[in-house]
Design a protein around this ligand. Structure first.
Ligand code: SF4
Length: 344
């Protein structure tokens, strides 16, 4: 029997982080600037953030063309249907490896770098420690994640990508922390993808530290504030709800970590893209529901879910404790081809 949901807990914070806001605004601004020109479309290297709704809105409303290689930009520009594509390419919030920057430069493209500054910080650490002769153990959730590819690309000869400990589904390209070997055990540093599970990352670092006692862990760990805060907000709600809904695309690393955490806490969590994915069967016997969303999920999708449950039960209690974050990042500036790389 479908119970009437009496309480809806909305995790706070949830949804867009400062890096995502900056990146989406960067694309919208350049699209707006180009709107009246003959070449009114802009290429974005990789989905600007990992959310299907955001990607579709930018494609449909702002003339954005998402590409996975720099060559694609040149190819599209050479085709009849690509003659509206400008010579600007935007780099996504997840960052790119230096080789992609070089390719864009060689192709004569202006670049707009919307890499989150917290990802850039990890790139800087990779460069710094590689220059000092350290071997980098980069903890990541996939060798195919754009952020991992970008950070790895800063020092590929000095980096091994390590799996989060005890993850049975880990990408076979990742090395187990228990087995990883390094050229010099006295010169090892650990860096991480910014969006991993806090608990699992700390356990992984612990295992690595036991194997390499002189391991350097940069003073401020690399997991970003948005990742930590969204996981904390899920922990606050976990014990109070019968069902957790996590609004995220399945390729959002931080979103999928929220889903794992919510599943661990409640034993009953579901991933949805939007309200349309909610199945009536999920609501059987459910009286309280928690909702959270990835750092790349627009909040109107959560508001729609809230309205959906309010329509079913106008007396539903909406509980939204916690604090919003108050962090903003500066907008990037377009860089013409040949311009010196940003100094970090
Ligand atoms: S999740 Fe963290 S690292 Fe990623 S864009 Fe947001 S603030 Fe930056």
């Amino acid at each position: 029997m479908v119970a009437v949901v009496e309480k809806l807990y909305l995790a706070k914070p949830r949804g867009f982080c400062a890096g995502v806001v900056m990146a989406i605004q960067a694309v919208e601004r350049i699209a707006e600037q180009l709107r009246s020109s003959e070449q009114s479309e802009v290429a974005v290297f990789h989905p600007i953030v990992h959310n299907d709704t955001v990607v579709k809105r930018l494609e449909r409303g702002h003339g954005v063309r998402f590409v996975e290689t720099i060559d694609e930009v040149a190819t599209l520009r050479g085709q009849a249907r690509g003659d509206r594509l400008s010579d600007t390419v935007v780099f996504s919030a997840h960052g790119v490896s230096p080789s992609v920057r070089e390719q864009a430069d060689a192709a004569g493209l202006t670049t707009l770098d919307a890499t989150c500054p917290l990802v850039t910080k990890v790139h800087s650490e990779a460069k710094k420690y590689a220059a000092r002769g350290y071997h980098i153990l980069l903890i990541g959730d996939s060798t195919q994640h754009q952020e991992v590819i970008g950070t790895y690309g800063e020092a590929p000869d000095h980096t091994t990508i390590v799996a989060v400990i005890d993850n049975p589904n880990h990408d076979p390209g990742l090395v187990d922390a228990n087995d990883v070997t390094v050229p010099d055990p006295d010169k090892v540093v650990v860096l991480t993808q910014t969006t991993l599970s806090v608990d699992d990352t700390m356990r992984t670092i612990h295992v690595i530290k036991k194997r390499f006692p002189k391991l350097v862990v940069p003073s401020r760990d690399d997991l970003c504030y948005a990742t930590k805060n969204r996981q904390d907000a899920v922990r606050e709600i976990g014990s109070k709800v019968d069902l957790f809904l996590v609004v995220t695309s399945n390729y959002s690393s931080n979103g999928m970590r929220l889903l794992e955490l919510a599943t661990k806490l409640t034993g009953n969590a579901r991933r949805i893209e939007n309200v349309g994915d909610i199945e009536p069967g999920w609501l059987e016997g459910v009286r309280s529901i928690g909702v959270t969303s990835a750092a790349s999920t627009p909040d109107d999708l959560v508001q729609e879910i809230s309205r959906f449950f309010q329509k079913i039960n106008p007396r539903i209690e909406i509980i939204e404790d916690g604090e919003w974050e108050n962090i903003t990042f500066r907008q990037p500036k377009p860089m013409p081809p040949g311009a010196p790389l940003r100094v970090e």
